[in-house]
Design a binder for this molecule. Structure first.
Ligand code: LMR
Length: 404
């Protein structure tokens, strides 16, 4: 046996993933006081990842009926894809009635982005893609993997801790006709800073005016202000006569991370276009993973399609949303006490699971090394990992690393 293979000799060690790599490091940390605020996962008040009761009930009922585990349609079952469309656009949306939507089950939101980007690379390979500065790191990786050049548009204003509307509009005006613009429909990841309804009006106008292709990423529907409120931007875009791509996910809203349940939805101009786009979507899926897995999506469609389970889900989702809000208030209070004179209102203004804390990479590393508190190097913290037991410890540590 040779001691090394020439083929692999020059293969470099890849950098640790900025989010999943930290999650691995957290799992390996043996210190009992450790706190995981790195990955976008909701933990309940007891620090556990919940199994939602609606999911538990759907699971019991599905496990009671042992149906054959045959291949699924490449785009997933209609009961699932239709439920997704209604959740995103509303049950009586004209685009649904007119058969203008294409929806395919995907492997989480990431899978939707992957299939969508592959699809676009066949349709508009020369387009440039634009992502917010900052964005979820994987946006860029997936777009580049599909062959797109990726640029960044201004988004977060570090000076104010708010949204840079003027910068974003300036950068969108520089994009070329046909370019792809990735937008976070709600609960911006990583900053938690969302444009106001009025700002969105200007963004939508700019996208339409410059003839850009919006790719809306909605992975946190229900974690901002509510299911309806958080999908409002999708309906506002859909009111314009433009093509739209949407990547959606149930990982967070159903606490089904490992089941990988998401969807790619494309809004087209008419049923004939939808038919052709569906055929291309199926090709892209076939070449990636052939057809999607059954279990996770059947849990989601059981819940969404049964009124009693659906009502229970909405209640449980509201409970998660409210707990995150409560943690934001507590964190602001604790940090204000620890660092007098500094304004922490931004924490309660931000939406969704994340807060851009303002901490830098060195401070993030110090939190990890000294306190076993894991946050992303960008300073992003997952507020949904806080609870009444760990919040004082976290606030004290955050204050200590800021003092030097
Ligand atoms: C996150 O941003 O932490 C989540 O979306 C998990 C992931 O896949 O990165």
């Amino acid at each position: 046996m040779t001691s090394s293979f020439p083929l692999f000799a020059a293969v470099p060690l890849a950098a640790r993933d900025s989010i999943l790599g930290l999650n691995e490091a957290f799992q390996a940390d043996t210190r009992p006081e450790k706190v995981n605020l790195s990955i976008g996962v909701y933990y309940d008040a007891a620090g556990k990842i919940p199994v939602l009761s609606c999911v538990q009930k759907a699971m019991e009922s599905l496990l009671g009926q042992a149906t054959p585990r045959t291949y699924q349609p490449m785009e997933g079952p209609a009961a699932y894809t239709q439920a997704v469309q209604k959740l995103l656009l509303g049950a009586d949306h004209p685009a649904i009635r007119e058969g203008r939507l294409v929806t395919a089950q995907s492997l989480g939101g990431t899978g939707a982005l992957k299939v969508g980007d592959d699809l676009l690379s066949g349709i508009c390979p020369k387009a440039k893609a634009w992502v917010s500065s900052p964005t979820w790191d994987n946006h860029r990786a997936i777009l580049e993997g599909a062959g797109f050049a990726v640029g960044a548009y201004a988004y977060y204003d570090a000076a104010t801790g708010g949204f840079d509307l003027a910068g974003m509009l300036r950068d969108l005006a520089r994009a070329k006709e046909g370019d792809i613009v990735v937008l976070h429909a709600c609960c911006h990841n990583p900053t938690g800073v969302d444009p106001t309804a009025e700002d969105w009006g200007k963004i939508i106008d700019a996208v339409e005016q410059h003839k850009l292709l919006p790719f809306l990423d909605i992975a946190y529907q229900g974690f901002g202000d509510g299911l309806q409120e958080d999908s409002e931007i999708i309906r506002r875009f859909a009111a314009r006569n433009i093509p739209i791509f949407i990547a959606s996910s149930f990982s967070k809203s159903f606490s089904l991370y490992g089941e990988r349940v998401g969807a790619l939805t494309v809004i087209t101009a008419n049923a004939d276009e939808a038919k052709r786009m569906l055929s291309q979507t199926k090709r892209a899926i076939r070449a990636n993973y052939s057809n999607p897995p059954i279990f996770g999506a059947s849990l989601v469609s059981s819940v969404l399609n049964q009124p009693d389970l659906r009502a229970l889900w909405e209640e449980e989702l509201a409970g998660m949303r409210d707990r995150i809000r409560e943690m934001r208030l507590m964190l602001r209070e604790r940090l204000s006490a620890q660092v007098p004179g500094k304004n922490f209102d931004f924490i309660v203004k931000q939406r969704g699971m994340f807060s851009y804390s303002g901490l830098n990479a060195q401070q993030a590393q110090k939190l990890r090394d000294t306190y076993s508190i894991y946050i992303v190097d960008s300073g992003r913290i997952c507020v949904a990992g806080l609870n009444a037991k760990n919040i004082d410890y976290v606030a004290e540590a955050m204050a200590a690393v800021q003092k030097g």
